[in-house]
Design a protein around this ligand. Structure first.
Ligand code: NAD
Ligand code: MG
Length: 398
């Protein structure tokens, strides 16, 4: 592999962030951690700094920066600079010394720093699907305009990326003989729960995913299949493919991470153990391959593969997301905003699991046709949708 690459890890203390650092640790001749960011887990940021000696650590507030400075001085760390706030996130994403930016902040907070990396023409590894769902066309236009390299980290999209032809033309799947993208989904922890029990599930049950170990927000999204809905929208934008050419297939074993179906009847699938270090390693090293620490798939101990169609009454959020995708940008931004507010309220036990859909549906219906011409418009629209979603949550939690 060529010269050592400097990596900024946005959201380094999270599940994707820590997995990224694990892969980098295994490939120290190829990658160096340039900067990391975190929100509230200062102890983890201290440990990361001791292991990787980044040039910068960014936190969200001045208060957190002061607390981290105390921890650093107790640990005698002198070389790493502490910064805080959104502009600092943009600075570590666009610094001229940075080659690769891992976008792994959860939620809308990831949009502005990810855009900063894109505008600086970086190699952007996209885990933060919410930013693409929020800004779709503008995001993709910026990638093209600034000649950034966008590589999907979400396991399904990384799988599809691996199964597409090398000369795939964005927005023109037919020219490569592609008929459909098949997004696989595990169906989450409630795939077989009696429907009349869904309303009383707890946050801990929702976060207890059968196959993947992830952050709490995406775990709830997986349980409601909103995650697959967001991924449906993500796939449309990442690959420039019409909604009618994307199908969702439940595959409870999570061994096939997604597939591409061609007009001649061929289906190409990417498989592996369900461990995010595989797509992370693929995205970091692309187009080369590096070790990730993931165990080789053992075909002799695999369970049977099974497949099902997702049921609308069990997973209404998936169908709402597919509907919003057809409606356009205003609806998908609204959906993402409503969902972030509703999932947070569910995790804090203010509303029930099925209320997440009720909030999302109302927010999408109210805000499905606002004209959005810039990232500033999108941020303002996101805020308005959140205010409305918060009102709905207040009423539901009375
Ligand atoms: P997580 O909750 O484990 O980590 C989130 C990270 O974002 C943490 O570092 C946290 O400090 C940071 N953060 C949270 N709020 C912030 C804010 N307001 N400002 C700045 N930073 C903030 O989440 P995760 O599971 O690692 O997921 C990260 C992203 O990757 C999400 O967009 C998720 O959808 C996507 N993703 C995750 C997985 C997975 O397996 N975990 C798979 C595919 C995609
Ligand atoms: Mg995924």
């Amino acid at each position: 592999m060529s010269a050592i690459k400097n990596v900024t890890v946005l959201g380094a203390t999270g599940s994707i962030g820590l997995n990224t650092l694990d892969v980098i640790q295994r490939n120290q001749a190829a990658f160096k951690v340039f900067a990391v960011s975190g929100h509230s887990q200062l102890q983890k940021l201290l440990e990361i700094t001791l292991s990787f000696s980044p040039k910068y650590v960014v936190v969200t507030t001045s208060e957190k920066a002061n607390q981290l400075a105390d921890l650093f001085s107790q640990a005698n760390i002198k070389e790493t600079q502490i910064l805080f706030g959104e502009q600092a996130l943009c600075d570590i994403s666009s610094d001229s010394d940075v080659d690769i930016v891992m976008s792994a902040i959860v939620g809308a907070a990831g949009l502005v720093p990810t855009m900063a990396a894109i505008k600086a023409g970086k190699q952007v590894l996209l885990a933060n699907k919410e930013s693409l769902v929020m800004s779709g066309e503008l995001f993709i236009q910026a990638v093209e305009q600034h000649q950034a390299t966008l590589i999907p980290v979400d396991s399904e999209h990384n799988a599809i990326f691996q199964c597409l032809p090398k000369d795939y033309q964005y927005g023109n799947p037919q020219s490569s003989g592609i008929s459909h993208l098949l997004l696989t989904a595990s169906g989450g922890p409630f795939r077989e729960l009696p429907l009349n029990e869904l309303h009383k599930v707890t946050p801990d049950q929702a976060c207890n995913h059968p196959n993947w170990d992830m952050g709490r927000k995406i775990s709830v999204d997986s349980a409601s299949m909103m995650n697959k809905g967001l991924e449906f929208i993500e796939a449309k934008w990442l690959f420039g493919i019409a909604e009618d050419n994307i199908k969702v297939v439940i595959h409870p074993q999570s061994t096939i991470h997604s597939m591409v179906q061609y007009v001649d009847g061929s289906v190409l699938a990417q498989m592996g153990n369900p461990d995010m270090r595989t797509p992370i390693a693929h995205a970091l090293a692309f187009p080369e391959r590096i070790v990730s620490g993931v165990k080789a798939l053992d075909f002799f101990s695999l369970q049977d593969f099974s497949f099902q169609a997702p049921c609308e009454s069990r997973f209404p959020n998936l169908y709402l997301a597919m509907h919003a995708c057809k409606l356009g940008q205003s609806a998908t931004t609204a959906l993402n905003a409503g969902n972030e507010v509703a999932v947070d309220a569910f995790l804090n036990e203010r509303i029930g699991f099925m209320d997440i859909y009720n909030v999302n549906d109302k927010v999408v219906n109210k805000f499905d046709s606002v004209a959005l011409a810039s990232i500033e418009d999108i941020i303002a629209h996101d805020k308005e949708c959140r205010n409305y979603a918060n009102d709905l949550v207040r009423k539901l939690s009375l």
